[in-house]
Design a protein around this ligand. Structure first.
Ligand code: GLC
Length: 741
């Protein structure tokens, strides 16, 4: 029998090479998969549902020592955290030459914002509002990662996040469903390209499904509790957009939804993902999230957890070894069935076919490509370009910026002034410190020997030690301008990195105050993974740049903006609160029955803080100025069968060319349920030369006004709407229109 099955497998593999993946029809792929399934043992099938980490780069709390034996026995069909062409080729060789079925391994890795060339953190890239640049960054990440033996990235992370205490806010696209959905699509297109069988495209993985960003109190892994209406209206659209864009995989989130952990939640994984959205790819868990349903208190043991997950629609178990250990028993006890197992195996094998792995399992492990493509010059230029575009100018009193290149002496101060370690931030893939360019180096490269640049760290990120202040202040007093680079360590955001206080850590604020007290012009350069509450700094610093963590090309990009070689165009994708007490605070909140009235005590406000944020969603300044005309519409009253054309003229009234992100918001004034005071429904990023004016047109239809009504139907309702157009969510022109039946 063994000899016969070997011959059959050989025939099957031979037939596989006759047709390459992209020419194969679904029917042909189904036929191939049926033939494989017919030959596979139960252990081999469960092996395809098993994902283990390599021992190179652990991103979670546990590690399995014998993953190579698991590959050899056919009991592990997928590996993550293994990378480089050479290493992955060796692991793949074990799978396709030493196992009975010779099914290729799938290699996954967290390529979140770059593989070797590190791009700005996703929250920073979102601030560019430049979908083409974001797609290009993901495209380059895929080119580098697939040259290093990888087929699958655990990205994009599309979790809507409205709590800056949550460390993973750095990993997504901020607070807004509309912007988040467009960015999700750009990232999926970047990773997967037009042909998933090409050797420079990779599977995307939409995560974390669902609503992980709504963790209570911003504390990672905490409970998520929201209505189905809130889930559907505010949190699901980026996941759906990514799946509609063709994402091949989805990752479940650690959190519960409506009392059931996502990893065991059939409402999410079957009713919504499969039945409503028609998802055809496979679902992978997050790291041991099946096992974690025990502490969630929804199952008593791992066997029950495995039963709940498979029945809920989970196809692949990441690192938990629950399917590995219990599916056989569960099958024997008829608590699951072979149809379910075969369906999950089918989803995974189909993906491997589509990648072309059955045609050539080594096609992604090409050392020559890896040598040529990693850190390629064109990748550095692209990284520098999107980094520049991600920078947000938060304040610029008296046109402190841009600085003049004829400045004589520059003081560059702060823990991030000459730091390369933090720039790549959390989730920095295979990025290495030595490839990053610090701010100090970026400035020296730009200014050459013509400018005297003095550097002092001044203080550390944390602690109360101010012994470095004096040297820093002495340098500042001897300089024409002071640049102070402050913020967070990379480890202060990302996974398991929530902060209860979102001010500048340590004594950095005190350092800024003493530098400002010298009377020299001080430019604050922030490097951080979340919105920071810095009202004191905003009150005294003449200029503030939000630069997030910009990755490999951080230094040159910041220097480009500081000295005006690039006019900053970034806009905040997330609200910056004045203090933690305001959280959650985001632009698209409800009006309430007692909206804030400063003259009426009994309205919604604080005794000790304004309601308004420090900086609103969509906010960002430029080195030039823009004005907006009043809004014109093609009709005051429109029907569901008509298009509403909305025009405004934007003028660059300054002396510099600059880009503006013109934003369109809408408010549904009366609905069958209460509606947000604003919702982003469009934006256009455009270059305007000094003195130039452009007419901007937005088109809306009734379909753009849909929401989940009182009966939970996704529909629009006739009535009055208010349109807002402006340079950010708070500074807008408005006018009303009416939708009639
Ligand atoms: C982590 C993260 C997830 C990541 C996975 C693999 O716990 O939650 O985003 O993709 O494990 O590293």
């Amino acid at each position: 029998m063994k000899q016969l099955s070997k011959i059959l497998v050989a025939i099957l593999l031979l037939s596989n090479t006759l047709l390459s993946a992209q020419n194969r029809s679904e029917a042909e792929i189904d036929h191939k998969i049926d033939s494989l399934l017919a030959l596979m043992t139960l252990e081999e099938k469960v092996g395809q549902l098993t994902l283990f980490t390599s021992d190179w780069d652990v991103t979670g709390p546990t590690i399995r020592a014998n993953y190579k034996n698991d590959i050899q026995s056919g009991r592990c069909g997928n590996i993550f955290n293994a990378h480089t062409a050479k290493y992955n080729r060796e692991l793949q060789r074990i799978a396709v030459e030493e196992t009975r079925m010779k099914i290729p391994l799938l290699f996954g890795y967290d390529v979140i914002h770059g593989y070797k060339t590190i791009f700005p953190i996703p929250l920073g890239e979102a601030a560019s509002w430049d979908l083409a640049a974001i797609e290009k960054g993901s495209r380059i990440a895929a080119i580098e990662a697939t040259a290093a033996g990888l087929h699958w990235t655990f990205a994009p992370m599309v979790d809507i996040a409205r709590d800056p205490r949550w460390g993973r806010i750095m990993e997504g696209a901020g607070e807004d469903p509309y912007l988040g959905s467009l960015i999700a699509v750009a990232r999926v297109r970047g990773f997967q390209g037009d042909d998933i069988s090409a050797n420079n495209t990779m599977l995307a993985c939409v995560k974390h499904f669902a609503a992980y960003g709504a963790a209570q109190a911003g504390r990672d892994y905490h409970t998520v509790d929201m209505s189905e209406r809130m889930l559907r209206d505010q949190y699901l659209s980026p996941y759906k957009a990514a799946i509609d864009a063709g994402a091949y995989t989805v990752m479940t989130s650690f959190n519960e939804y409506d009392g059931v952990p996502a990893t065991g939640n059939s409402f999410l994984l079957r009713d919504i993902l499969r039945d409503e959205w028609g998802f055809k790819g496979f679902v992978v868990t997050d790291y041991t999230s099946i096992n974690e349903m025990i502490p969630h208190g929804i199952v008593a043991n791992e066997k029950e957890a495995g039963e709940l997950s498979l029945n809920a629609g989970v196809d692949m178990d990441m690192q938990g070894a629950v399917y590995y250990n219990y599916l056989k028993e569960l099958l024997k006890e008829n608590r699951i069935n072979m149809v379910q197992i075969d369906q999950s195996v089918r989803y995974i094998l189909r993906t491997k076919y589509l990648l072309g792995l059955f045609d050539d399992p080594y096609r992604y492990s090409d050392e020559a490509r890896q040598q040529r493509l990693l850190l390629a010059p064109e990748h550095q230029e692209a990284a520098r370009d999107v980094a520049r575009k991600s920078i947000v100018l938060l304040k610029n009193d008296k046109n402190t910026l841009p600085l003049s290149k004829s400045v004589k002496t520059l003081a560059v101060i702060g823990p991030l002034a000459d730091n390369k370690t933090e720039l790549k931030a959390a989730w920095s893939g295979a990025g290495e410190d030595q490839h990053s360019v610090s701010l100090l180096t970026g400035l020296k490269d730009k200014l050459g020997n013509g400018v005297k640049i003095n550097h002092a760290q001044g203080c550390d990120f944390e602690g109360t030690d101010k012994s470095g202040f004096k040297a820093a202040i002495d340098l500042a007093k001897k300089s024409d301008v002071v640049i102070v680079a402050v913020g967070e360590r990379a480890s202060m955001s990302g996974e398991a990195a929530s902060r209860a206080h979102i001010t500048l850590p340590g004594v950095q604020s005190d350092l800024i105050k003493e530098l400002v007290a010298t009377g020299k012009p001080v430019v604050v350069v922030l490097m951080n993974g979340r919105p920071l509450a810095i009202p004191e700094i905003d009150a005294i610093a003449p200029a503030i740049l939000e630069t997030w963590f910009l990755g490999t090309q951080a230094g040159p990009a910041i220097a480009d903006v500081l000295f005006g070689d690039y006019n900053p165009s970034g806009k905040l994708p997330v609200t910056f609160p004045r203090n933690e007490g305001q959280i959650p605070i985001h632009y698209n909140m409800k009006n309430t029955g007692r909206p804030m009235d400063p003259n009426n005590k009994y309205t919604s406000k604080y005794l000790d803080s304004p309601n308004t944020p420090l900086y609103p969603f969509g906010y960002g300044l430029s080195y030039t100025t823009f004005t907006y005309s009043d809004i014109k519409v093609n009709k005051e009253v429109f029907t569901p069968r008509e298009e509403l054309k909305i025009n405004v003229t934007v003028s660059n009234t300054g002396k510099r060319d600059g880009e503006e992100v013109v934003q369109l918001y809408v408010r549904d004034l009366v609905g069958s349920v209460t509606r947000p005071v604003k919702e982003l429904k469009g934006f256009q990023k455009m270059m305007l030369k000094a003195g130039e004016s452009k007419e901007v047109t937005f088109t809306l239809t009734a379909n753009d006004l849909k929401f989940y009504n009182r009966q939970m139907n996704f529909t629009y309702e006739p009535g009055d709407f208010e349109l807002f157009i402006g340079t950010n969510s708070a500074d807008t022109k408005s006018r009303k229109v009416k939708l009639v039946e």
